[in-house]
Design a binder for this molecule. Structure first.
Ligand code: GMT
Length: 380
């Protein structure tokens, strides 16, 4: 198939998922055309079947805010026509599904099936700003196929938008050949020279990630178990977190690594991940850690319990329960057999439930279903 994919090209789960879908599909023989304002960060041109089109915006003094959604729609229509796309798959509803709808309408009577994948904040943000609700609802209803990355997100979308159209749940996935435990301990020795345990947190440091809880949990853990904390990522809460680390005199134990391109390398030498988010539609980083045999201590919210099984591959606790999460982390880090067992379970869970091979097949089947439905629908 010839597939157009649009996503945010910056750091963030939805862009990573979209890019990995494109790469996996290209490896399976499909032709992939990425359309965005910059090359997605995880996109390395490993295949002649992957193409990229940059959305350029017209700079005109009248435009205080260049109309990206319109420029994107124009580029989508252009690529769809010139490359004879079979379908357009957009990740994150705002504004991508609106642009895709415009592109589809511009191309009529030609038929361009549009699939929207909902990732989380595109739906939960609407809860914070109701003005986006009607246009988001409209674009979801007008998509030919809609997927959500967890049962939690699917059901929340039905409720928030009062929808009657079906939403297919296709969970996020991980390539277990890429994300795996490392045999090479040299990075671990560099980061924890005295054999300390390594805790890791990966996020965009937005308030929803509760990075201050991460520091509070670590403060309690390191008093009981010699350990180090790696903070991976960047965002608005980083300076507050750095201040708390200084205030608690944890500077020698906590390292802020900033944005990293290959988090697999870091996860593969870590002993435990902390993910105390306020909400999480899925928690892709938790799955990536699990594939690396790293147990996760996380909040029992949103779609997280669909990924992590409490007491089997990690531990779940209520949002904000830093004492409970710290106690669980100490339990894991001070018992090698327990940590190894949870880690092994986590890897099996990733392989059995969320491996890229299985999930990509589900996307392919969904594409075929949606294209067939659109092509067989009566004309205008
Ligand atoms: O985590 C974020 O804030 C980024 C956001 C995104 O759109 O990139 O992540 C969302 O999508 C990811 C991929 O599907 C999910 O794994 C994250 O759980 C989800 N984030 C939230 O729901 C807060």
């Amino acid at each position: 198939m010839k597939i157009g994919i649009t996503c945010y090209p910056t750091y963030g789960g939805s862009g990573v998922v979209a890019t990995e879908i494109g790469k996996e599909l290209a490896a399976r023989g499909h032709e992939i055309h990425f359309i965005s304002y910059a090359v997605p960060i995880k996109l390395n041109y490993t295949s002649e079947r992957i193409h990229f089109y940059e959305v350029e915006m017209l700079n005109y003094p009248l435009f205080e805010h260049p109309p990206y959604a319109l420029a994107l729609a124009t580029k989508m229509a252009d690529v769809a026509l010139n490359q004879s796309l079979d379908l357009l798959h957009v990740h994150y509803a705002i504004p991508h599904s609106v642009s895709a709808y415009l592109a589809k309408e511009m191309l009529r009577p030609h038929r361009l099936p549009v699939i929207t994948t909902l990732h989380g904040t595109d739906i939960t943000l609407v809860g914070n700003d109701r003005s986006y609700l009607p246009i988001t609802k409209f674009s979801i209803e007008k998509s030919d196929g809609v997927t959500a990355v967890s049962v939690y997100l699917r059901d929340l979308t039905y409720r928030e938008f009062d929808l009657s159209r079906p939403i297919e749940m296709i969970p996020n996935f991980v390539n277990c050949d890429v994300f795996r435990r490392s045999e090479d301990e040299s990075l671990k020795r560099k980061l924890a020279p005295r054999g300390e345990r390594i805790l890791v947190h990966v996020s965009n440091f937005r308030p929803v990630k509760r990075v201050m809880d991460v520091i509070e949990i670590f403060d309690r853990v390191h008093q009981r178990v010699p350990s180090r904390l790696l903070m991976v990522g960047d965002g608005p809460e980083r300076s507050n977190a750095e201040w708390l680390v200084r205030n608690k005199r944890l500077g020698c134990q906590v390292t802020f690594l900033g944005k990293q391109d290959s988090i697999g390398e870091i996860l593969s030498i870590s002993d435990l991940m902390l993910l105390p988010s306020e909400t999480e539609s899925f928690g892709l980083v938790a799955l990536e850690a699990m594939a690396c045999e790293v147990p996760v201590v996380a909040s029992s919210v949103g779609g997280i319990p669909e990924v992590i099984r409490n007491e089997i591959d990690g531990f779940l606790a209520p949002v904000g329960d830093v004492d409970g999460m710290a106690a669980r982390a100490v339990e894991i880090l001070s018992d090698d057999a327990k940590r190894t067992e949870l880690g092994a379970n986590a890897r099996h869970r990733a392989q059995d439930g969320f491996s890229s091979h299985r999930i990509i097949e589900r996307y392919e089947a969904f594409y075929e279903q949606v294209v067939a439905e659109v092509q067989s629908a009566p004309g205008p």
